[in-house]
Ligand binder design. Structure first.
Ligand code: KG4
Ligand code: ZN
Length: 342
């Protein structure tokens, strides 16, 4: 490829239960985005089993990358860099993706870029909507729930975070409690459609407090207490509990984002990202808040909220365009807070 062709980055994601690879261009085109979900492998256990996940990543990774390259219709030698999630996440899976990316980079003498999974979520709206820095980000996934002031690539100031469970974890645990299926978030959302959000008055923890920290463990316990009160739980009980639980989360998110917008003292876009951002009621609630406050609201398309390779390829591209790359000795990290990047 000549110099006039756009730069291309391959991104690999293996930090949880999706084996994913994608090729993106520097101008934000997604040439391929292949996601192999391990849902069936973990369904019987009601959650992700790390050893099973690592083994499954190992089995699938080559085929997923091959498919991403052939859909993009390019050769490895056309790539500008290879990026992979290097944490935070389940370390067995992270190692599979990181080692594969390093091997490709070494063989083709291309730069290797270690991407923080959370940074992948954080920068997705710059791929999909070309959102300018700075922005306020609600990052809500299975393992994390944080409000971040995003100033630039690698520059994240945490304004608040959860003091116990992550929002996605609360969805997953509630789904398990109500026997709604796995993964929990989409299952609760589907059940909530058939329920009454006012049927139960679940706690809106932290909402009376200053700042923008979160707490979800009381909410989950409140659902458990209601379940225990019933001799027999009907489907309608479950739908009502799912709807009331989801309503509590929506109101908590709106309350915390309102405080965060006040804390940053300047109007800027409100962005939501991470798996929980796929929830339509949460998106609608945050959009209403943004409208009221006169700021832009941006959420990635649903398939780019949950884990995927495009977000890793794009974060890799942003770093590559700034001249950053990582040594092949870079060690994957099970824990890797975003605030440590700056
Ligand atoms: O970002 P993600 O795919 O993986 C992590 O980095 O954790 O997020 C997965 C989380 C899970 O807890 C899942 O239940 C939740 O996102 N989730 C949802 C929805 N779709 C996925 N939560 C609420 N509503 C949804 N529609
Ligand atoms: Zn994620």
């Amino acid at each position: 490829m000549g110099n006039t062709n756009p730069k291309l980055v391959l991104g690999i994601e293996t930090s949880c239960d999706e084996t994913a690879a994608s090729v993106v261009t520097e101008d934000g085109q997604i040439l391929s985005n292949v996601v192999f979900s391990q849902i069936e492998d973990h369904q019987n256990f009601g959650g992700v089993v790390p050893e099973i996940a690592a083994r499954s990543h190992l089995q699938k990774i080559d085929g997923v990358i091959r498919q991403a390259m052939s859909q993009a219709n390019i050769k490895f030698s056309d790539l500008s860099a290879i990026a992979a999630t290097c944490g935070p996440g389940l370390i067995g899976g992270v190692l599979v993706g990181a080692v594969t990316a390093k091997a490709i980079a070494a063989y083709y003498s291309k730069p290797f870029i270690a991407v923080n999974h959370l940074e992948g979520h954080a920068l997705t709206v710059r791929l999909t909507n070309k959102v300018k820095f700075p922005y306020l980000l609600l990052l809500a996934s299975g393992g994390h729930t944080q409000l971040l002031f995003v100033k630039g690539v690698g520059q994240y100031q945490e304004l608040g975070g959860t003091i116990d469970d992550a929002a996605g974890e609360a969805f997953d645990k509630t789904a398990k409690l109500l026997n709604l299926g796995y993964p929990g978030g989409p299952a609760v959302e589907a059940a909530a459609v058939k329920g009454d959000p006012k049927a139960y008055n679940f706690p809106r923890s932290m909402c009376q407090r200053e700042g923008c920290d979160f707490s979800f463990s009381g909410l989950k316990s409140a659902v458990l207490r209601e379940v225990e009160k019933l001799d027999q739980i009907t489907d309608q009980n479950k739908f009502d509990m799912a709807a009331s639980f989801q309503q509590a989360i929506v109101e908590i998110m709106m309350n915390r984002c309102k405080n965060a917008l006040r804390m940053i003292h300047q109007p800027m876009a409100l962005v939501v990202a991470g798996g929980v951002a796929a929830n339509r009621e949460i998106r609608n609630g945050l959009e209403r808040l943004a409208q009221k406050k006169g700021v832009e609201f941006v959420a990635p398309p649903l398939n780019l909220c949950t884990d995927n390779g495009a977000m890793i390829a794009w974060a890799g591209m942003e770093k590559f365009l700034l001249g950053r790359q990582d040594p092949l000795e870079f060690l994957p990290r099970p824990r890797w807070p975003l605030s440590s990047l700056s």
